[in-house]
Design a binder for this molecule. Structure first.
Ligand code: ARG
Length: 264
């Protein structure tokens, strides 16, 4: 009897622990080789990386629109060329944000059009550590089962922000399957064709983005395919993370915004 109880207790712990703690590295990822993702931008406030982003023009960072929260506060900085974003590394270049352009149809509750451009206060110097990431030529959809990577300085399984830049491999999940998981919630969200879902499938090897990874890239076969947008907790259950898909419409919006507002 007591041993049965003990076994039950142990299995409960075995289930709960990974749920609570296995759920937040850029989850299930690893630190990348320093400066091997020279297009990555860290958006930092009060010495915390609040969001990620991608350098798409010498003065332009692409990120998620929901990262616009308190962006105008004076201590917000965009850091390029970072590996350990919280340290002052010699490869880093730091910028203030001159202007930001949230997508005009961004909707906080439906989470549609979660995409934003930041114009930096000056041009970045492009070098080995700081480089542009090209936008995709076409906005074609990514098939379920495709392996992609998500990169950022967001929370890790320990619950803390990652010291180093991390990356995890995630698999594209069918929209309908994904939507069903999100529809069980009190406030259901529709997963539209402007979004992509991706996650780790295996029960105990969760892979996901987490707080602080928002705005960072989802890269599928070397192609910039999406932006970290939202998720339910991190790597919880079988709910995949949701990404803004780089559709043709968004690619055109990016090009138009950049060309109307200064240097590419
Ligand atoms: N919105 C979060 C952020 O601000 C990231 C969401 C990603 N979460 C997830 N489970 N995929 O950083």
């Amino acid at each position: 009897m007591t041993s049965n109880l003990l076994a039950l207790l142990l299995s409960v712990i075995a289930i709960i622990l990974p749920l609570r703690y296995g759920c937040s590295d850029i989850i299930g990822g690893h630190c990348v080789r320093a400066h091997s993702r020279p297009f990555m931008a860290a958006i930092r406030r009060m010495n915390i990386t609040v969001c990620g982003g991608v350098l798409v023009g010498r003065q332009w960072v692409l990120t998620a629109a929901h990262c616009n929260y308190r962006l105008e506060e004076s201590d917000t900085r965009v850091v390029l060329g970072a590996h350990q974003a919280s340290k002052a590394e010699k490869e880093q270049q730091r910028f203030k944000i001159m202007r930001f352009f949230s997508h005009p149809q961004y909707n906080r509750s439906s989470k549609e059009n979660d995409i934003m451009l930041l114009k930096l206060d000056r041009m970045a110097n492009l070098n080995k550590y700081v480089q542009l990431f090209p936008l995709p030529d076409t906005g074609e959809d990514i098939k379920p089962g495709t392996k992609c990577s998500v990169t950022g300085w967001g929370r890790t399984s320990s619950g803390k922000l990652s010291k180093c830049l991390r990356e995890a491999t995630v698999e594209i999940v069918d929209r309908k399957v994904c939507e069903r998981k999100y529809n069980k919630k009190q406030k259901p969200v529709n997963i539209t064709r402007n979004m992509l879902c991706a996650g780790g499938k295996m029960r105990f090897s969760k892979r996901d983005a987490c707080q602080g990874d928002s705005g960072g890239p989802l890269i599928c076969g070397r192609k910039f395919s999406g932006i970290v947008s939202f998720g339910e907790k991190c790597g919880i259950g079988d709910r995949p993370g949701v990404y803004t898909r780089l559709t043709e419409k968004y690619i055109n919006w990016i090009k138009k915004t950049v060309s109307r507002n200064g240097e590419a």
